[in-house]
Design a protein around this ligand. Structure first.
Ligand code: HEC
Length: 105
């Protein structure tokens, strides 16, 4: 009985260690790539965690429709239900975000 309990504990530890590793991986990618992080902070509520849309449209392949300059303009000015982010985002954040989105095709 004692042995079995030990087994369960070891299994639980092994499982939680796996979980932690995964979390660390995603965290490092988020830190490395700025744009997805900015997206998470400002855009996810309307465009979804997979850019699949929600309150706003799906922008998973927005690069097919709009180029970087057009996306910058869109984010700065907002419109049609989207708020403008000209004040909230620094220029380099805006650029990083727009070039990332423009590359999604
Ligand atoms: C309050 C909700 C909301 C937030 C927050 C929001 N958007 Fe939007 N977004 C919209 C809506 C609604 C539209 C569609 C507007 C229209 O129909 O003209 C849109 C449109 C867009 C488009 C144009 C899509 C296309 O296919 O023409 C882009 C690009 C975009 N958003 C990017 C962003 C980015 C980047 C952020 C974060 C900085 C963001 N949005 C934050 C609601 C939002």
């Amino acid at each position: 009985m004692k042995l079995r309990l030990l087994g369960v504990i070891i299994l639980a530890l092994a499982l939680s260690a796996c979980g932690n590793n995964k979390q660390n991986e995603t965290q490092t990618t988020a830190v490395k790539a700025d744009a997805p992080k900015i997206y998470q902070n400002f855009c996810i509520s309307c465009h979804g965690n997979q850019l699949q849309g929600g309150q706003g449209p799906n922008i998973q392949k927005v690069g097919e429709r709009l180029d970087e300059a057009q996306i910058i303009k869109r984010i700065q000015k907002g419109g049609g239900g989207m708020p403008p982010f000209q004040v909230a985002l620094k220029e380099e954040e805006l650029k990083a975000l727009a070039s990332w989105l423009a590359g999604l095709k």
